[in-house]
Design a protein around this ligand. Structure first.
Ligand SMILES: *[C@@H]1O[C@H](CO)[C@@H](O)[C@H](O)[C@H]1NC(C)=O
Ligand SMILES: *[C@@H]1O[C@H](CO)[C@@H](O)[C@H](O)[C@H]1NC(C)=O
Length: 446
Protein backbone atom coordinates (compact mmCIF):
# COMPACT_ATOMS: atom_id res chain seq x y z
CA UNK A 1 0.00 0.00 0.00
CA UNK A 2 1.67 3.22 -1.09
CA UNK A 3 0.73 6.53 0.33
CA UNK A 4 3.37 8.94 -0.80
CA UNK A 5 1.60 11.95 0.62
CA UNK A 6 1.34 10.59 4.08
CA UNK A 7 4.90 9.39 4.11
CA UNK A 8 6.26 12.75 3.11
CA UNK A 9 4.18 14.39 5.70
CA UNK A 10 5.49 12.19 8.42
CA UNK A 11 9.10 12.50 7.35
CA UNK A 12 9.06 16.26 7.26
CA UNK A 13 7.33 16.29 10.58
CA UNK A 14 10.01 14.23 12.23
CA UNK A 15 12.80 16.42 11.02
CA UNK A 16 11.01 19.57 11.92
CA UNK A 17 10.38 18.48 15.39
CA UNK A 18 13.88 17.35 16.01
CA UNK A 19 15.18 20.70 14.90
CA UNK A 20 12.66 22.60 16.89
CA UNK A 21 12.86 20.87 20.19
CA UNK A 22 14.88 17.76 20.78
CA UNK A 23 13.55 17.67 24.32
CA UNK A 24 10.04 16.78 23.26
CA UNK A 25 9.83 13.04 23.51
CA UNK A 26 6.23 12.59 22.73
CA UNK A 27 5.87 12.06 19.09
CA UNK A 28 3.51 10.90 16.50
CA UNK A 29 3.73 8.69 13.49
CA UNK A 30 1.17 7.56 11.01
CA UNK A 31 0.04 4.08 10.33
CA UNK A 32 -2.75 3.32 7.97
CA UNK A 33 -5.34 0.70 7.40
CA UNK A 34 -6.65 2.06 4.18
CA UNK A 35 -5.41 4.01 1.20
CA UNK A 36 -6.24 7.63 1.47
CA UNK A 37 -4.99 10.76 -0.11
CA UNK A 38 -4.06 12.96 2.77
CA UNK A 39 -3.98 16.70 2.82
CA UNK A 40 -0.48 17.96 3.17
CA UNK A 41 -1.42 21.14 4.93
CA UNK A 42 -0.44 22.22 8.39
CA UNK A 43 2.05 19.41 8.66
CA UNK A 44 4.44 21.46 10.69
CA UNK A 45 1.85 22.05 13.30
CA UNK A 46 0.97 18.39 13.33
CA UNK A 47 4.41 17.39 14.35
CA UNK A 48 4.67 19.54 17.38
CA UNK A 49 1.60 18.04 18.83
CA UNK A 50 1.92 16.51 22.15
CA UNK A 51 -1.13 14.93 23.61
CA UNK A 52 -1.30 17.41 26.37
CA UNK A 53 0.14 20.33 24.49
CA UNK A 54 -2.65 20.02 22.08
CA UNK A 55 -5.25 19.66 24.69
CA UNK A 56 -4.58 23.26 25.42
CA UNK A 57 -5.47 24.29 21.92
CA UNK A 58 -8.93 23.07 22.74
CA UNK A 59 -9.41 25.85 25.23
CA UNK A 60 -7.28 28.31 23.33
CA UNK A 61 -9.69 28.03 20.47
CA UNK A 62 -12.40 29.32 22.67
CA UNK A 63 -10.52 32.24 24.12
CA UNK A 64 -10.57 35.58 22.41
CA UNK A 65 -7.16 37.11 22.17
CA UNK A 66 -5.56 39.98 20.34
CA UNK A 67 -4.07 38.89 17.03
CA UNK A 68 -0.29 38.52 16.68
CA UNK A 69 0.62 38.89 20.34
CA UNK A 70 2.68 36.10 21.83
CA UNK A 71 1.05 34.09 24.56
CA UNK A 72 2.18 31.26 26.78
CA UNK A 73 0.50 28.19 28.13
CA UNK A 74 1.68 25.57 30.60
CA UNK A 75 0.52 22.00 30.81
CA UNK A 76 1.76 19.68 33.53
CA UNK A 77 1.32 16.12 32.38
CA UNK A 78 1.18 13.69 35.30
CA UNK A 79 2.11 10.38 33.69
CA UNK A 80 2.67 7.07 35.43
CA UNK A 81 6.47 7.18 35.38
CA UNK A 82 7.13 10.90 35.67
CA UNK A 83 5.67 14.38 35.58
CA UNK A 84 6.39 16.67 32.66
CA UNK A 85 5.91 20.35 32.22
CA UNK A 86 5.30 21.64 28.71
CA UNK A 87 5.78 25.36 28.29
CA UNK A 88 4.65 26.47 24.90
CA UNK A 89 4.31 29.76 23.18
CA UNK A 90 1.64 30.51 20.63
CA UNK A 91 0.29 33.29 18.50
CA UNK A 92 -3.20 33.76 17.24
CA UNK A 93 -3.05 35.11 13.73
CA UNK A 94 -5.77 37.02 11.98
CA UNK A 95 -8.49 34.56 11.08
CA UNK A 96 -8.09 32.86 14.42
CA UNK A 97 -5.42 30.39 13.34
CA UNK A 98 -3.41 29.26 16.36
CA UNK A 99 0.29 28.96 15.64
CA UNK A 100 2.29 26.99 18.15
CA UNK A 101 5.90 27.43 19.00
CA UNK A 102 7.30 24.64 21.11
CA UNK A 103 10.73 26.07 21.64
CA UNK A 104 9.93 27.11 25.16
CA UNK A 105 10.81 23.77 26.62
CA UNK A 106 9.92 20.61 28.40
CA UNK A 107 11.20 19.27 31.70
CA UNK A 108 10.48 15.97 33.38
CA UNK A 109 10.83 14.88 36.99
CA UNK A 110 10.68 11.30 38.27
CA UNK A 111 8.91 9.50 39.76
CA UNK A 112 5.31 10.18 38.74
CA UNK A 113 2.73 11.78 41.04
CA UNK A 114 1.23 8.39 41.84
CA UNK A 115 4.45 7.40 43.63
CA UNK A 116 3.62 9.94 46.37
CA UNK A 117 0.64 8.08 47.80
CA UNK A 118 2.32 8.05 51.22
CA UNK A 119 3.76 11.52 50.89
CA UNK A 120 1.43 13.96 49.10
CA UNK A 121 3.66 16.92 49.99
CA UNK A 122 6.39 15.23 47.99
CA UNK A 123 4.13 15.46 44.95
CA UNK A 124 3.74 19.18 45.62
CA UNK A 125 7.52 19.43 45.79
CA UNK A 126 7.98 17.79 42.44
CA UNK A 127 5.42 20.15 40.88
CA UNK A 128 7.20 23.09 42.49
CA UNK A 129 10.40 22.12 40.71
CA UNK A 130 8.52 22.17 37.42
CA UNK A 131 6.89 25.50 38.20
CA UNK A 132 10.32 27.03 38.77
CA UNK A 133 11.32 25.78 35.35
CA UNK A 134 8.17 27.38 33.90
CA UNK A 135 9.01 30.70 35.50
CA UNK A 136 12.36 30.77 33.78
CA UNK A 137 10.68 30.23 30.41
CA UNK A 138 7.80 32.69 30.59
CA UNK A 139 8.49 36.44 30.86
CA UNK A 140 7.55 37.65 34.33
CA UNK A 141 5.00 40.20 33.08
CA UNK A 142 3.01 37.37 31.43
CA UNK A 143 2.86 35.01 34.42
CA UNK A 144 -0.52 36.34 35.55
CA UNK A 145 -2.19 35.60 32.22
CA UNK A 146 -0.44 32.30 31.55
CA UNK A 147 -2.71 29.41 32.41
CA UNK A 148 -1.29 26.35 34.09
CA UNK A 149 -3.19 23.06 33.87
CA UNK A 150 -2.31 19.80 35.54
CA UNK A 151 -3.63 16.61 34.04
CA UNK A 152 -2.85 13.33 35.69
CA UNK A 153 -3.41 10.11 33.77
CA UNK A 154 -3.29 6.36 34.24
CA UNK A 155 -0.83 6.09 37.14
CA UNK A 156 -3.12 8.24 39.29
CA UNK A 157 -6.25 6.50 38.05
CA UNK A 158 -4.96 3.34 39.71
CA UNK A 159 -5.05 4.96 43.16
CA UNK A 160 -8.02 5.30 45.54
CA UNK A 161 -9.88 8.54 45.09
CA UNK A 162 -8.99 9.86 48.56
CA UNK A 163 -5.33 9.33 47.79
CA UNK A 164 -5.76 11.03 44.42
CA UNK A 165 -7.37 13.99 46.18
CA UNK A 166 -4.59 14.34 48.72
CA UNK A 167 -1.98 14.35 45.98
CA UNK A 168 -3.94 16.78 43.81
CA UNK A 169 -4.53 19.11 46.75
CA UNK A 170 -0.82 19.28 47.48
CA UNK A 171 -0.22 20.13 43.81
CA UNK A 172 -3.01 22.73 43.82
CA UNK A 173 -1.47 24.53 46.78
CA UNK A 174 1.75 24.88 44.84
CA UNK A 175 0.02 26.00 41.65
CA UNK A 176 -2.18 28.55 43.45
CA UNK A 177 0.83 30.44 44.68
CA UNK A 178 2.87 29.89 41.53
CA UNK A 179 2.05 33.31 40.10
CA UNK A 180 0.54 31.69 37.02
CA UNK A 181 -3.18 31.77 36.28
CA UNK A 182 -4.75 28.76 37.95
CA UNK A 183 -8.08 27.45 39.22
CA UNK A 184 -8.42 24.35 41.39
CA UNK A 185 -10.49 22.58 38.75
CA UNK A 186 -7.60 22.85 36.32
CA UNK A 187 -5.71 20.18 38.26
CA UNK A 188 -7.44 16.85 37.80
CA UNK A 189 -7.16 13.20 37.01
CA UNK A 190 -8.59 12.90 33.52
CA UNK A 191 -10.42 9.77 32.43
CA UNK A 192 -8.81 7.44 29.94
CA UNK A 193 -11.51 8.17 27.45
CA UNK A 194 -10.92 11.93 27.82
CA UNK A 195 -7.21 11.42 27.44
CA UNK A 196 -7.76 9.65 24.14
CA UNK A 197 -10.36 12.14 23.01
CA UNK A 198 -8.18 15.18 23.72
CA UNK A 199 -5.35 13.66 21.77
CA UNK A 200 -7.75 13.01 18.93
CA UNK A 201 -9.22 16.52 18.88
CA UNK A 202 -5.85 18.14 19.03
CA UNK A 203 -4.23 15.97 16.38
CA UNK A 204 -7.10 16.38 13.98
CA UNK A 205 -7.32 20.08 14.58
CA UNK A 206 -3.63 20.37 13.82
CA UNK A 207 -3.97 18.22 10.72
CA UNK A 208 -6.76 20.43 9.47
CA UNK A 209 -9.23 17.56 9.53
CA UNK A 210 -11.66 18.95 12.10
CA UNK A 211 -14.53 20.58 10.30
CA UNK A 212 -14.21 18.17 7.40
CA UNK A 213 -15.37 14.68 6.47
CA UNK A 214 -15.27 12.44 9.57
CA UNK A 215 -13.83 9.63 7.48
CA UNK A 216 -10.83 11.78 6.62
CA UNK A 217 -9.83 12.17 10.27
CA UNK A 218 -6.86 10.42 11.86
CA UNK A 219 -7.18 7.91 14.67
CA UNK A 220 -4.83 7.78 17.63
CA UNK A 221 -3.22 4.78 19.28
CA UNK A 222 -1.27 5.80 22.35
CA UNK A 223 0.95 3.43 24.25
CA UNK A 224 1.64 4.88 27.67
CA UNK A 225 3.33 3.34 30.70
CA UNK A 226 0.24 2.22 32.60
CA UNK A 227 -2.47 2.38 29.92
CA UNK A 228 -3.04 2.40 26.19
CA UNK A 229 -5.68 4.48 24.40
CA UNK A 230 -7.38 3.79 21.10
CA UNK A 231 -9.49 6.60 19.59
CA UNK A 232 -10.92 6.90 16.10
CA UNK A 233 -14.02 7.66 14.05
CA UNK A 234 -15.98 4.49 13.42
CA UNK A 235 -18.97 3.97 11.14
CA UNK A 236 -19.86 0.79 13.00
CA UNK A 237 -22.39 0.97 15.80
CA UNK A 238 -20.40 1.41 19.02
CA UNK A 239 -21.76 0.47 22.47
CA UNK A 240 -22.51 3.68 24.43
CA UNK A 241 -19.75 3.10 26.99
CA UNK A 242 -17.14 3.47 24.23
CA UNK A 243 -18.90 6.11 22.20
CA UNK A 244 -18.15 9.83 22.18
CA UNK A 245 -19.63 12.46 19.92
CA UNK A 246 -18.04 15.73 18.92
CA UNK A 247 -19.66 18.39 16.76
CA UNK A 248 -17.42 20.71 14.86
CA UNK A 249 -18.58 22.96 12.05
CA UNK A 250 -21.22 21.16 10.05
CA UNK A 251 -20.01 17.69 11.01
CA UNK A 252 -20.70 15.30 13.81
CA UNK A 253 -17.90 12.90 14.65
CA UNK A 254 -18.89 9.58 16.13
CA UNK A 255 -15.83 8.41 17.92
CA UNK A 256 -14.79 5.18 19.54
CA UNK A 257 -12.53 5.90 22.49
CA UNK A 258 -11.23 3.63 25.17
CA UNK A 259 -8.34 3.52 27.59
CA UNK A 260 -6.99 0.07 28.33
CA UNK A 261 -5.78 0.35 31.89
CA UNK A 262 -2.95 -2.13 32.69
CA UNK A 263 -2.13 -2.49 29.00
CA UNK A 264 0.48 0.26 28.97
CA UNK A 265 3.98 -0.89 28.20
CA UNK A 266 5.35 -0.95 31.75
CA UNK A 267 2.22 -2.43 33.27
CA UNK A 268 2.21 -5.18 30.64
CA UNK A 269 5.89 -5.89 31.25
CA UNK A 270 5.25 -6.43 34.95
CA UNK A 271 2.15 -8.49 34.26
CA UNK A 272 4.08 -10.75 31.96
CA UNK A 273 6.77 -11.44 34.55
CA UNK A 274 4.16 -12.26 37.08
CA UNK A 275 2.31 -14.61 34.79
CA UNK A 276 5.60 -16.34 33.97
CA UNK A 277 6.55 -17.00 37.57
CA UNK A 278 3.06 -17.93 38.64
CA UNK A 279 2.95 -20.48 35.87
CA UNK A 280 -0.08 -19.04 34.11
CA UNK A 281 1.77 -18.88 30.93
CA UNK A 282 2.75 -22.07 29.19
CA UNK A 283 3.02 -21.44 25.49
CA UNK A 284 6.24 -19.44 25.67
CA UNK A 285 7.76 -20.41 28.94
CA UNK A 286 8.86 -23.95 29.26
CA UNK A 287 10.15 -25.42 32.45
CA UNK A 288 13.46 -27.11 31.89
CA UNK A 289 13.52 -28.49 35.35
CA UNK A 290 11.41 -28.01 38.39
CA UNK A 291 11.40 -24.43 39.65
CA UNK A 292 13.03 -22.86 36.60
CA UNK A 293 10.98 -20.77 34.21
CA UNK A 294 12.30 -19.49 30.91
CA UNK A 295 11.78 -15.78 30.36
CA UNK A 296 11.71 -15.22 26.58
CA UNK A 297 11.51 -11.44 26.94
CA UNK A 298 14.85 -10.92 28.63
CA UNK A 299 18.16 -11.26 26.78
CA UNK A 300 20.25 -14.16 28.02
CA UNK A 301 22.86 -13.34 30.63
CA UNK A 302 20.66 -10.83 32.44
CA UNK A 303 20.12 -11.61 36.08
CA UNK A 304 16.80 -10.50 37.43
CA UNK A 305 16.98 -7.78 39.99
CA UNK A 306 14.03 -7.56 42.35
CA UNK A 307 14.63 -3.84 42.81
CA UNK A 308 13.20 -3.27 39.36
CA UNK A 309 9.92 -5.03 40.21
CA UNK A 310 8.29 -1.85 41.32
CA UNK A 311 4.73 -2.54 40.36
CA UNK A 312 4.55 -6.08 41.66
CA UNK A 313 2.85 -6.84 44.91
CA UNK A 314 4.35 -9.23 47.40
CA UNK A 315 7.15 -9.30 49.93
CA UNK A 316 10.80 -8.98 49.11
CA UNK A 317 11.51 -12.62 49.90
CA UNK A 318 8.70 -13.65 47.63
CA UNK A 319 10.05 -11.48 44.84
CA UNK A 320 13.51 -12.87 45.41
CA UNK A 321 12.14 -16.33 45.03
CA UNK A 322 10.42 -15.26 41.82
CA UNK A 323 13.53 -13.65 40.48
CA UNK A 324 15.69 -16.69 41.09
CA UNK A 325 13.14 -18.86 39.29
CA UNK A 326 13.31 -16.79 36.13
CA UNK A 327 15.93 -17.77 33.66
CA UNK A 328 16.64 -15.18 30.97
CA UNK A 329 16.53 -16.62 27.50
CA UNK A 330 15.54 -13.96 25.02
CA UNK A 331 13.61 -15.15 21.98
CA UNK A 332 11.57 -12.59 20.08
CA UNK A 333 8.94 -14.90 18.64
CA UNK A 334 8.32 -16.56 21.99
CA UNK A 335 8.15 -13.18 23.67
CA UNK A 336 5.70 -12.00 21.02
CA UNK A 337 3.40 -14.91 21.62
CA UNK A 338 3.67 -14.40 25.38
CA UNK A 339 2.69 -10.76 24.85
CA UNK A 340 -0.22 -11.83 22.70
CA UNK A 341 -1.45 -14.22 25.38
CA UNK A 342 -1.38 -11.29 27.76
CA UNK A 343 -3.34 -9.09 25.34
CA UNK A 344 -5.95 -11.79 24.88
CA UNK A 345 -6.36 -12.53 28.56
CA UNK A 346 -10.04 -12.40 29.42
CA UNK A 347 -11.11 -12.76 25.80
CA UNK A 348 -13.40 -15.61 26.81
CA UNK A 349 -15.47 -13.01 28.67
CA UNK A 350 -15.91 -10.92 25.53
CA UNK A 351 -19.59 -10.09 25.33
CA UNK A 352 -19.31 -8.16 22.07
CA UNK A 353 -18.90 -9.28 18.52
CA UNK A 354 -15.21 -8.51 18.55
CA UNK A 355 -12.61 -8.10 21.29
CA UNK A 356 -9.06 -7.46 20.14
CA UNK A 357 -7.65 -6.59 23.55
CA UNK A 358 -8.85 -8.48 26.62
CA UNK A 359 -12.63 -8.53 26.88
CA UNK A 360 -13.06 -5.04 25.50
CA UNK A 361 -14.87 -4.10 22.33
CA UNK A 362 -12.92 -2.43 19.54
CA UNK A 363 -14.57 -1.87 16.16
CA UNK A 364 -12.60 -2.57 13.03
CA UNK A 365 -9.91 0.08 12.61
CA UNK A 366 -10.77 2.62 9.94
CA UNK A 367 -8.74 5.35 8.32
CA UNK A 368 -5.31 6.74 9.08
CA UNK A 369 -3.65 6.44 12.44
CA UNK A 370 -1.02 8.10 14.53
CA UNK A 371 0.83 5.85 16.96
CA UNK A 372 2.33 7.77 19.83
CA UNK A 373 4.35 7.75 23.04
CA UNK A 374 6.11 4.42 23.64
CA UNK A 375 5.73 3.47 19.98
CA UNK A 376 7.92 6.44 19.28
CA UNK A 377 10.42 5.79 22.08
CA UNK A 378 10.90 2.22 20.97
CA UNK A 379 11.22 3.00 17.31
CA UNK A 380 13.74 5.71 18.15
CA UNK A 381 15.75 3.33 20.31
CA UNK A 382 16.05 0.89 17.41
CA UNK A 383 16.83 3.73 14.99
CA UNK A 384 13.97 2.76 12.71
CA UNK A 385 12.91 4.82 9.76
CA UNK A 386 9.38 5.62 8.75
CA UNK A 387 8.76 2.90 6.20
CA UNK A 388 7.48 -0.55 6.99
CA UNK A 389 7.94 0.17 10.64
CA UNK A 390 6.50 -3.06 12.00
CA UNK A 391 8.44 -5.47 9.81
CA UNK A 392 11.64 -3.58 10.60
CA UNK A 393 10.77 -3.69 14.26
CA UNK A 394 10.52 -7.47 14.08
CA UNK A 395 14.02 -7.70 12.63
CA UNK A 396 15.40 -5.30 15.23
CA UNK A 397 13.55 -7.06 18.06
CA UNK A 398 14.79 -10.49 16.98
CA UNK A 399 18.32 -9.19 17.04
CA UNK A 400 17.97 -7.48 20.41
CA UNK A 401 16.15 -10.33 22.15
CA UNK A 402 18.65 -12.89 20.89
CA UNK A 403 21.75 -10.93 21.84
CA UNK A 404 23.89 -11.49 24.92
CA UNK A 405 23.14 -9.09 27.76
CA UNK A 406 26.81 -8.23 28.22
CA UNK A 407 27.11 -7.20 24.58
CA UNK A 408 23.93 -5.15 24.70
CA UNK A 409 25.25 -3.32 27.73
CA UNK A 410 28.50 -2.55 25.97
CA UNK A 411 26.62 -1.27 22.94
CA UNK A 412 24.21 0.92 24.91
CA UNK A 413 26.34 2.25 27.73
CA UNK A 414 24.26 5.35 28.34
CA UNK A 415 21.23 3.26 29.35
CA UNK A 416 20.40 2.10 32.82
CA UNK A 417 20.01 -1.68 33.06
CA UNK A 418 16.38 -1.50 34.09
CA UNK A 419 15.55 0.64 31.05
CA UNK A 420 17.62 -1.30 28.55
CA UNK A 421 16.18 -4.65 29.57
CA UNK A 422 12.67 -3.52 28.53
CA UNK A 423 13.38 -3.23 24.82
CA UNK A 424 13.05 -6.91 23.94
CA UNK A 425 9.60 -6.91 25.46
CA UNK A 426 8.72 -3.50 23.98
CA UNK A 427 9.43 -4.61 20.45
CA UNK A 428 7.48 -7.84 20.89
CA UNK A 429 4.58 -6.15 22.66
CA UNK A 430 4.19 -3.49 19.97
CA UNK A 431 4.07 -6.12 17.22
CA UNK A 432 1.60 -8.20 19.24
CA UNK A 433 -0.56 -5.14 19.87
CA UNK A 434 -0.54 -3.36 16.52
CA UNK A 435 -0.32 -6.33 14.18
CA UNK A 436 -1.46 -9.48 15.95
CA UNK A 437 -4.29 -7.79 17.89
CA UNK A 438 -5.34 -4.70 15.95
CA UNK A 439 -4.53 -6.03 12.50
CA UNK A 440 -2.25 -3.29 11.21
CA UNK A 441 -0.22 -4.59 8.29
CA UNK A 442 3.46 -5.30 8.89
CA UNK A 443 4.47 -3.37 5.79
CA UNK A 444 2.19 -0.45 6.52
CA UNK A 445 3.62 2.91 5.55
CA UNK A 446 4.05 4.96 8.63
C1 LIG B 1 -22.39 24.59 6.83
O1 LIG B 1 -23.63 24.43 6.21
C2 LIG B 1 -24.25 25.66 5.84
C3 LIG B 1 -25.65 25.37 5.34
O2 LIG B 1 -25.65 24.27 4.46
C4 LIG B 1 -23.39 26.36 4.79
O3 LIG B 1 -23.95 27.60 4.41
C5 LIG B 1 -21.99 26.59 5.39
O4 LIG B 1 -21.14 27.14 4.42
C6 LIG B 1 -21.41 25.29 5.90
N1 LIG B 1 -20.19 25.57 6.62
C7 LIG B 1 -19.07 24.94 6.37
C8 LIG B 1 -17.91 25.32 7.21
O5 LIG B 1 -18.97 24.08 5.52
C1 LIG C 1 12.84 -19.12 19.34
O1 LIG C 1 11.71 -19.90 19.64
C2 LIG C 1 11.14 -20.51 18.50
C3 LIG C 1 9.82 -21.13 18.93
O2 LIG C 1 9.98 -21.88 20.10
C4 LIG C 1 12.11 -21.48 17.89
O3 LIG C 1 11.56 -22.09 16.75
C5 LIG C 1 13.36 -20.71 17.51
O4 LIG C 1 14.34 -21.59 17.02
C6 LIG C 1 13.92 -19.95 18.69
N1 LIG C 1 14.98 -19.08 18.22
C7 LIG C 1 16.19 -19.10 18.76
C8 LIG C 1 17.17 -18.16 18.17
O5 LIG C 1 16.47 -19.82 19.68
Amino acid sequence: MRRPHARNRVDSNTNDQQKMDPAIKFHTRTISTRSTKSKHTKSKLAIVITLIGLLSCYYLLKSKTKPFSKKYGIIIDGGSTGTRIHVFGYRIESGGKVVFDFEEGVMKVNPGLSAYAEDPEGAGGSVEELVEFGKRRVPRELWGETEVWLMATAGMRLLDSEVQDRILDACRRVLRKSGFKFQDSWASVITGSDEGLYAWVIANYALGALGGDPLETTGIIELGGASAQVTFVSTEPVPPEFSRTIKFGNFTYNIYSHSFLHFGQNAAFEALRESLVSGNHHSAAESLEKGIVMDPCTPKGYSHDVESWKLSPGSLTEKNRFASTLHSRGNFSECRSAALTLLHKGKERCSYQDCHIGSTFIPKLQGKFLATENFFHTSKFFGLGQRAFLSNLIVAGEQFCGEDWSRLKKKHQSFKDEDLVHYCFSSAYIVALLHDSLGIALDDQR
